[in-house]
Write a protein that binds this ligand. Structure first.
Ligand SMILES: Nc1nc2c(ncn2[C@@H]2O[C@H](COP(=O)(O)OP(=O)(O)OP(=O)(O)O)[C@@H](O)[C@H]2O)c(=O)[nH]1
Ligand SMILES: [Mg+2]
Length: 306
C-alpha cells in the first residue's frame, strides 16, 4: 500500500434521498467519473454502489443508494429500500439530497431514516432551476426545522450546501465541507480505484441506463439486465447481455421498428462501455421474456438482492 500523509482521513459517506433528486449525478461529479447510471425517470438506481475519491489528504467513499420508495412495494422495491436503510448504518456522514424548493412527504420519509448520531449535510440540488435564489434560505430553514423536530436533533444539519450536480456547481465546496467530517484513518480502497463494482456489473448498468433513457414511460421498470458472458480477447472485451422483460409486448417495444430501438440502445451502451473501460467492446444483446421477475425472490437473488 502506498504512503499516506500524517492526519490522513477516510470514511464512508451515504448519499440518500427520494427518487430522482440527482443522487447518482452528484456521486459521479464528486468522484469525477461516471460510474453510477442516471436518467430523468425515477428509480434508476437499484443497487448500492461505492464511488471513491482519493487525494493527498483523504479518501472519500461515497455510497450511492436507490431512491427510497413509498409506493409499489413489490419484492424489488422492498429490496431497494433495504439497501437504503442498511447503507445508512455503516457510514461516517450522510448527504441528504433534496431538489431545490421541493420538500414533500416522500422527502420526509427519508428524513425519518437518517441516523441521529452522525453528521447529516443537507444538499440542495438543482439550484440551476431556481430563478429567485433568495428563496433557498427560507427553504433551507423550513427543512432544518423539520429535521430538528422530527429527529429531535437540536443542533440541526451539520451544514447546508446548495449545488447543481448536473452542471458541476459547488461540488468542490461540498467535498471540502465533508472532509472535516471524515475521521482520521488509512486507505479503505486502493488509491487508484474509482468504484467497488466489477466491470461486469458496470456493463449491465450501462445497458440498463440506455433502456431507461431511450424507451417510454412504463417499460424501464419492467426491465432488468443480466450479463451472460464477459471475456477478454486480447484487449477486446466480449460481452453478451440479456435484457429481461415482463411480457411479449415489452419485447416488441424494446425491439422497435425493424429492430431499430434495440440497435440504438446497444450502440449507445457500447460507446459508454468503451469510454469507461478505456478499450474496445464487442457487445451482443438478447431480449428475454421472464414474467414477474420483479416479484420473484429467486430471480432477484440472482440479480444481486439478498
Ligand atoms: N436541472 C438539473 N437537473 C439535474 C441536476 N442533477 C441531476 N439532474 C437531473 O435529474 C434527473 C435524475 O438524476 P439522477 O442522478 O438519476 O437522480 P437519482 O436521485 O440518482 O435518481 P434514482 O436513482 O432514480 O433515485 C436526471 O435527469 C438528471 O440529469 C441538477 O443539478 N440540475
Ligand atoms: Mg440514482
Amino acid at each position: 500500500m502506498s504512503e499516506i500523509a500524517d492526519g490522513f482521513r477516510s470514511g464512508y459517506v451515504a448519499i440518500v434521498g427520494r427518487p430522482n433528486v440527482g443522487k447518482s449525478t452528484l456521486l459521479n461529479h464528486l468522484i469525477g467519473q461516471k460510474i453510477s447510471i442516471t436518467s430523468s425517470k425515477a428509480q434508476t438506481t437499484r443497487h448500492r454502489i461505492h464511488g471513491i475519491h482519493t487525494d493527498e489528504h483523504a479518501q472519500f467513499v461515497f455510497v450511492d443508494t436507490p431512491g427510497f420508495q413509498l409506493k409499489h412495494l413489490n419484492a424489488l422495491n422492498r429490496g431497494m429500500n433495504r439497501v437504503v436503510t442498511s447503507s445508512l448504518r455503516d457510514v461516517q456522514a450522510v448527504l441528504y439530497v433534496l431538489e431545490a424548493l421541493r420538500y414533500d412527504e416522500r422527502d420526509q420519509e427519508v428524513l425519518k431514516l437518517l441516523p441521529d448520531n452522525r453528521p447529516v449535510i443537507l444538499v440542495i440540488n438543482k439550484i440551476d432551476a431556481v430563478d429567485e435564489k433568495g428563496e433557498l434560505f427560507d427553504f433551507a430553514e423550513r427543512v432544518s426545522k423539520d429535521f430538528k423536530h422530527v429527529l429531535g436533533r437540536e443542533e440541526g444539519f451539520a451544514d447546508i450546501v446548495p449545488v447543481s450536480a448536473k452542471f458541476g456547481k459547488q461540488i468542490d465546496e461540498l467535498r471540502e465541507t465533508l472532509r472535516g467530517f471524515l475521521p482520521e484513518g488509512g486507505l479503505i480502497y486502493d488509491p487508484d480505484d474509482v468504484t467497488d463494482r466489477s466491470e461486469r456489473f458496470l456493463a449491465a448498468e450501462i445497458l440498463r441506463e440506455k433502456v431507461f433513457r431511450l424507451t417510454g414511460e412504463e417499460l424501464p421498470y419492467s426491465v432488468s439486465v443480466v450479463i451472460e458472458a464477459f471475456s477478454m480477447d486480447k484487449k477486446l472485451r466480449r460481452i453478451s447481455a440479456a435484457i429481461l422483460v415482463d411480457k411479449e409486448a415489452h419485447k416488441a417495444m424494446l425491439l422497435g421498428k425493424k429492430g431499430e430501438k434495440i440497435k440504438e440502445i446497444a450502440t449507445q451502451a457500447r460507446l459508454d462501455m468503451e469510454k469507461l473501460f478505456d478499450g474496445k467492446v464487442f457487445l451482443e444483446v438478447f431480449i428475454k421474456v421472464r414474467s414477474g421477475w420483479a416479484d420473484d425472490s429467486r430471480m432477484l437473488q440472482s440479480l444481486g438482492y439478498e
